[in-house]
Design a protein around this ligand. Structure first.
Ligand SMILES: C[S@@+](CC[C@H](N)C(=O)[O-])C[C@H]1O[C@@H](n2cnc3c(N)ncnc32)[C@H](O)[C@@H]1O
Ligand code: SF4
Length: 438
């Protein structure tokens, strides 16, 4: 018998997994791909994206699910050496395929602004055919005028700032080390530079947050003139201090309605101010190229916990910074877990990201999978259209605001659980035998 919301959620999640991928569970294991196998993979790939993970922060936030540790200069030095070795290994595997997106995330990349970031980016430029701008995450406390000079000198054109809230009591709940007035000044300094896009991350559905506060935050961001806002509901991951304290699992259906109401408030404010929706959670000023993590369907992840998604394989590096450095110092790759992707899993993965971006061209699906999306997903697309969740003009499918939210909420049931399981297992055991995602 189903006794609680989480039982219903589990049942729904398993049905969704089976429906989308044909699998009852997905099992990444230690059977990691060899360099020769990866070389074969790249023969089928025309262009790729790069993700570089910087796993250091000056303070650890209690809600944060990402792989990070406190910044210390010794490991940071070893990390630069190791990542350069990893770049060299991949340069030999990828050959001259163009890199069409480069994203530096973390942790906090700006902890290494004066201790290796320039060396890493310089090495990437030498090793790969970079045909793209650099997108990078930053911490508001690192955005002094001198540091902004250094960030611009790296060639970063799209800058994201982890603002999180513009209200002091919420900043305190999140243990963020600045006041609202200071973070507004930092955003103002970044906006006064010539970046193509300045994105601000904020979180909503925070403990005790009112709808009025969400509206005030949205209006204040418009007033500041930010190019893009990524507004995420606070997700409670069970392995974080805030997740443990709340006693909840990663995602609860009941919270979805509150999130929906708050997101609606933001949708209205940003739409009236001339921003358009560019992903489930992001609003970008019309005409500004958006800031985003990965803009191509296939990418390589470098660094500790870097994940790579190639045509028919997904794999993940070890989460341990010391283990990552040791592997590369020893001439080995740092891949810890891998899973082969069946055709149905590849289609589900492709659709996941398109739903996230809220629009796609049907021709892109045909090009990637050699068949019509209506033939594969017609029985789901037609009712979704009738319910007003999406529009289909024959060439392009566009999700409505409520479609973006609800389809993604359904996907989140899978992805938040998977991320929690995969990252949780990878943190407990730095070279895990397997993880079971179900
Ligand atoms: C890597 S951090 C941003 C850069 C920098 N480390 C910082 O915190 O300022 C990425 C973003 O993920 C979001 N985030 C982190 N933990 C989250 C959580 N539990 N729920 C929702 N969003 C979260 C925050 O908006 C955060 O800015
Ligand atoms: S939210 Fe940002 S600063 Fe805080 S621990 Fe996570 S990555 Fe580090």
């Amino acid at each position: 018998m189903l006794s609680s919301t989480s039982d219903i959620e589990r049942l729904f999640r398993r049905s969704l997994l089976k429906l989308l991928t044909g699998e009852r569970e997905i099992r990444p294991t230690r059977a990691v791909p060899s360099r020769d196998e990866l070389r074969e993979e790249f023969k089928q790939i025309e262009a790729l994206g790069l993700y570089v993970h910087i796993p250091f922060c000056e303070r650890i936030c209690p809600y944060c699910p990402y792989n990070k540790e406190l910044y210390r200069s010794d490991p940071a030095e070893g990390y630069v050496r190791a990542i350069k070795r990893e770049i060299d290994i991949y340069a030999g595997i990828v050959g001259d395929k163009p890199v069409t997106s480069l994203y530096i995330g973390g942790g906090t990349p700006t902890t290494m602004l004066h201790s290796g970031l320039a060396e890493i980016i310089g090495h990437l430029r030498q090793a790969f055919d970079l045909q793209c701008d650099i997108h990078m995450e930053s911490h508001p406390n690192h955005l002094s005028a001198e540091n902004l000079d250094a960030i611009e000198a790296l060639g970063v054109r799209h800058l994201s700032i982890g603002v999180e809230s513009l209200i002091d009591r919420h900043l305190r709940t999140l243990c963020r080390p600045y006041a609202a007035s200071q973070v507004k000044e930092a955003v103002g300094r970044a906006l006064s530079r010539g970046f193509t896009c300045v994105n601000v991350d904020v979180m909503f559905a925070l403990p005790g947050q009112t709808e009025q506060e969400v509206a005030d935050t949205g209006r204040a961001l418009v007033k500041l003139g930010v190019d893009q806002v990524a507004a995420y509901p606070l997700f409670l991951f069970p392995y974080t201090p805030m997740g443990r304290a709340s006693g909840q699992r990663g995602h609860v259906i009941a919270q979805s309605l509150k999130r929906r109401r708050m997101l609606r408030i933001l949708e209205r404010i940003f739409s009236e101010a001339g921003y358009e929706r560019t992903s489930v959670w992001a609003f970008t000023k019309r005409g500004v190229p958006r800031y985003c993590s990965v803009t191509v369907p296939l990418y390589l992840g470098l660094g500790a916990s870097g994940g790579s998604y190639l045509r028919d394989v997904f794999y993940l590096n070890t989460f341990g910074v010391a283990e990552y450095i040791e592997a590369l110092d020893g001439g080995r790759m740092a891949i810890a877990l891998a899973v082969d992707l069946t055709e149905k899993m590849q289609r589900a993965g492709w659709l996941y990201w398109r739903v996230y971006e809220t629009r796609f061209r049907k021709a892109d699906y045909r090009e990637r999978f050699g068949e019509d999306i209506d033939a594969a997903y017609g029985p789901y697309l037609r009712p979704a259209r009738r319910l007003g969740l999406l529009r289909d003009d024959g060439e392009r499918i566009t999700l409505s605001d409520s479609g973006a939210f609800w389809l993604h909420a359904a996907e989140d049931l899978l992805s938040i659980q998977f991320v929690s399981t995969l990252w949780g297992a990878s943190r407990r055991d730095l070279w895990p035998e397997r993880a079971i995602l179900s």
